[in-house]
Every structure is written in structure tokens, then in C-alpha cells.
Design a protein around this ligand. Structure first.
Ligand code: ADP
Length: 267
């Protein structure tokens, strides 16, 4: 079977993007989209950098809400889809912008999802970028295979994998790691999210999900991966996200904001 010409077209498109980072998680609900959004915000904190966040989490596109641009319309012009700008140097594109109802995409069949992923990688009019952060669906689905295939001729920096400290999440992360190794997707590292709770009053950290197996740190050692950081649980994150505000801007000195920002020196 002849390779899809889109692979070459996407590779050409990606020549104007310096760093391409995929965000993955073994499970849903571990904070992958929240992390993607904060990574994008943190990278865009350097006003000399052009940053884009692409949400291809087809079954649960939560990025528009988190970035405070829910209900925005994107337009298709001669040069492609125009993204929505959250800051001068931070552009967002999400499947969510194209759905008439948030539940729409759930019933899409494989080919329609693949077509959309292809268009998003090839046809969004970002201009030159320093960073493209791609928020992917949870797990290792057919969509991941398409994303990896479509990007196979583009040089991706790699994947950042998000997990919580519990063994149930780590088990799925091990599957995710095996997937990455199988498809030769480099792994930049692992981020442990909801890793302890810093009491706002006494500032002590308590482990909410005590791990019997050493958590992400131990797994990283075993699997020869870098633990990029640990982000504590902070209820204000959910609140900021629900209101579409940047938690980093609202609580810049909180332990969670510091943790998000410390992961930024990714590639
Ligand atoms: P996923 O993309 O993995 O499905 P989300 O990013 O949507 O997960 O996060 C799931 C929920 O957890 C959201 O309500 C989000 O606000 C919340 N959340 C994520 N990270 C944290 C954190 N470090 N502290 C507190 N709440 C968090």
C-alpha cells in the first residue's frame, strides 16, 4: 500500500515547528489535559517563544474550557484553519471548536477521527512555532497510531507521560511506555500528577494516594526514564481550569505552579 501523501505534507508543515511534544497518559482523569494546558502557558511565559496547543483528545476535548475559549469559532481560510489565540504568542486548536455539542465526537467512527487528526496536523495555520504541544486521548488507541504514523517523517522531540502515583495508573503507564518503544516514539519523561497535597495552612505535604510500589519515581528507575517532575494536588487548579483562567497567572508562587514551571525546560 502506498504511504499516505499526508505524511510528507505533515513533515513539510512541521519544518516550521522547532519542538513537537506529545502529551500522553495511560488512563483518563489523571490530569493530562490540565498538564498540557499548563505546559503551554508556562512555555508561552517566555514572550519570545511562539507556542501552540493542539487538542486531539477526540473523545473529551477539554482544552477549550481550560484555556477559557469554549464556544469560540475557528475559520477555514485558503491557508488552513485559523487557531484561536489565548495570548499573543499562544494559539489553541481543538476538536472541541468544531463540534456543535460536546458529546458529538464520541460517536465518530475511526476514519472520521483519522481524517480530523490528519487535518489538524497538516492544515492549521500556526505560522512559525517554537513549541507545539499535542494533547492526545488517554491510553493507546487507534488515534495514537494515526498520530504517530502521520508524524513519522517529522522529527518529534517525544512524549511526556502523565500519571498519578497509584499503582492502577502506573500499570497503564507501563503499557503506554511499551507502546512508545514499539512505535519508536522517544519518551522525554514522566510527570507524576496529584503527587501529595500541600496544606495551604500548615504547608506540610500529605500523601493522598500512598503508593505501595514507590510511585512514578521507582517506575522511572526501573524503566530507565526521567521523572520530569511532581505536581501536587491543589483544588485551586480545578477551579481555575473550570473558570478558564490560568492557574499559573493566578497563583504563581504556589507549589503546583512552581512544579508546572519546573517541567518547562523539557527539550
Ligand atoms: P485527563 O486529561 O487526564 O482526563 P484532566 O486534565 O481533565 O484529566 O483532569 C481531571 C480533573 O482533575 C480535572 O477536574 C482537573 O481540574 C483535575 N486536576 C488535574 N490535575 C490536578 C492537580 N494537580 N490538583 C488538583 N486537581 C487536578
Amino acid at each position: 500500500k502506498a504511504p499516505d501523501p499526508a505524511i510528507e505534507e505533515i513533515a513539510v508543515k512541521m519544518l516550521s515547528v522547532k519542538h513537537k511534544i506529545l502529551v500522553l497518559s495511560g488512563k483518563g482523569g489523571v490530569g493530562k489535559s490540565t498538564f498540557s494546558a499548563h505546559l503551554a502557558h508556562a512555555l508561552a511565559g517566555d514572550s519570545n517563544k511562539e507556542v501552540a496547543l493542539l487538542d486531539v483528545d477526540i473523545c473529551g476535548p477539554s482544552i477549550p474550557r481550560i484555556m477559557g475559549v469554549e464556544g469560540e469559532q475557528v475559520h477555514q481560510s485558503g491557508s488552513g484553519w485559523s487557531p484561536v489565540y489565548v495570548e499573543d504568542n499562544l494559539a489553541v486548536m481543538s476538536i472541541g471548536f468544531l463540534l456543535s455539542s460536546p458529546d458529538d465526537a464520541v460517536i465518530w467512527r475511526g476514519p472520521k477521527k483519522n481524517g480530523m487528526i490528519k487535518q489538524f496536523l497538516r492544515d492549521v495555520d500556526w505560522g512559525d512555532l517554537d513549541y507545539l504541544v499535542v494533547d492526545t486521548p488517554p491510553g493507546t488507541s487507534d488515534e495514537h497510531l494515526s498520530i504517530v504514523q502521520y508524524l513519522s517523517s517529522a522529527h518529534i522531540d517525544g512524549a511526556v507521560i502523565i500519571t498519578t502515583p497509584q499503582e492502577v495508573s502506573l500499570q497503564d503507564v507501563r503499557k503506554e511506555i511499551r507502546f512508545c518503544r514499539k512505535v519508536k516514539l522517544p519518551i522525554i519523561g514522566v510527570v507524576e500528577n496529584m503527587s501529595g497535597f500541600v496544606c495551604p495552612k500548615c504547608k506540610n505535604t500529605s500523601e493522598i494516594f500512598p503508593s505501595t510500589t514507590g510511585g512514578a519515581e521507582r517506575m522511572c528507575e526501573e524503566m530507565n526514564l526521567t521523572l520530569l517532575g511532581r505536581i501536587p494536588l491543589d483544588p485551586r487548579i480545578g477551579k481555575s481550569c473550570d473558570e478558564g483562567k490560568s492557574f499559573l497567572a493566578e497563583f504563581p508562587e504556589s507549589p503546583a505552579a512552581l512544579a508546572y514551571r519546573s517541567v518547562v525546560h523539557v527539550p
